[in-house]
Ligand binder design. Structure first.
Ligand code: KG4
Ligand code: ZN
Length: 346
């Protein structure tokens, strides 16, 4: 009996196709191969993701990626214990491509499937920055589709303690970037522009800062930025654009730090986790590093290459889920556009 688990992992919930092979042997977790194909160029033209187009691109990409990743990993089909796949939540046409690929392989290879919740993947991209004593952790997930605070009391044990009431942080970054004339996805471009600006030039609202709970809301901030951009009109200078970017980014930083501080004041945590596409943002990473230092608490931030959607994180969560008995036969696995992560707790 060996104690080694090897998974092929697949992610296709939005507009990035990911395939990876991950392996765990005792405490040692390795990535044997990983590929991500981004559709940014295609969605840049339409200013956002059109689900049917995203699904078509996943179909084109996924087969050759599976072949390449299997080859690069140096393993053979017999070495694979199970196939981990993002089954929920996400854009249904996109999710269906990855799930269908996993089911076809599971049938052909006679392997089980480990359905993984997309947010579980993001959580594990941060948690695995440390091997032990991570729990209880408070994990902040910020991406194009999600802004959530999750209390993780043990492996695969989740409680959502805060969520956005309207827009997700990444979505607001993209919308504000668009107001400033930056192309989709504008989040990373906006944060580059913000480096040239003064974060105190404009006073934008800090959403829900005094709400005495863990709910986030960003539509008010978005509207305030829009009114400011409209007030400056066509005469807006490059410096003013940079100042708006910096002031907006500072409002986001303050709101995220404020909510995390509130959560730390009202809970007993040994670590802060931070992941999701927006976790690539330098300013927010710096601010959380400062917060963790002040609070003398461990900070586990997903490495930059695992912030955006990828299959490595799905494989990481999949390894723990597989070992906890969450593997299923292919007939039992279906994609779902929505699912509460708490239902995936062990
Ligand atoms: O996790 P992700 O790749 O996809 C979703 O699951 O949504 O996150 C993508 C989001 C986009 O909104 C993008 O603009 C944002 O993450 N993003 C950033 C940065 N890098 C990516 N936002 C702010 N600053 C960044 N450096
Ligand atoms: Zn994501």
């Amino acid at each position: 009996m060996n104690n080694r688990s090897t998974l092929l992992a697949i992610e296709s919930s939005c507009d990035d196709t990911g395939v990876a092979v991950v392996q765990r042997e005792g405490e040692d977790i390795r990535v044997l191969a990983s590929l991500v194909t981004s559709q940014t160029d295609i969605h840049e033209k339409t200013g956002g993701v059109i689900p049917e187009i995203a699904a078509r691109e996943h179909v084109q990409a996924i087969g050759p990626m599976i072949t390449s990743v299997m080859k690069a990993s140096g393993i053979v089909v017999e070495d694979i214990d199970a196939i981990a796949v993002t089954a929920y939540p996400g854009l249904m046409p996109s999710l269906a491509v990855g799930v269908q690929a996993a089911k076809t392989l599971a049938y052909a290879w006679n392997k089980p499937i480990v359905p993984v919740h997309h947010i579980e993947g993001h959580i594990y991209s941060a948690l695995l920055e440390k091997q032990d004593n991570q729990f209880p952790a408070i994990v902040l997930i910020v991406s194009g589709g999600h802004t959530m605070l999750i209390s993780v009391t043990d492996h695969l044990t989740y409680k959502v303690i805060g969520e956005t009431r309207d827009d997700a942080v990444g979505e607001v970054f993209d919308k504000v970037a668009r107001m400033l004339g930056l192309s989709y996805p504008g989040g990373p471009k906006l944060s580059v522009l913000a480096k040239q600006g003064n974060p105190n030039a404009f006073q934008f609202p800090r959403p829900m800062m005094n709400s005495h709970d863990l709910a986030f809301s960003y539509s008010g901030l978005k509207t305030a930025v829009l009114y400011q951009v409209q007030a400056l009109g066509d005469d807006i200078t490059e410096q003013q654009k940079a100042d708006i970017a910096a002031s907006f980014e500072q409002a986001i930083v303050d709101s995220l730090v404020g909510k995390l501080s509130y959560a730390l004041d009202h809970g007993d945590y040994v670590a802060i986790g931070f992941a999701g596409g927006v976790a690539a943002n330098e300013r927010i990473r710096e601010a959380l590093t400062e917060l963790a230092y002040k609070r003398s608490i461990d900070l586990l931030i997903a490495p930059k290459e695992l912030c955006g959607d990828n299959a490595v994180m799905i494989g990481y969560a999949g390894l723990f889920a597989y070992e906890a008995g969450r593997a299923r036969q292919w007939q039992e696995v279906d994609a779902a556009a929505r699912k509460n992560i708490e239902e995936c707790s062990k």
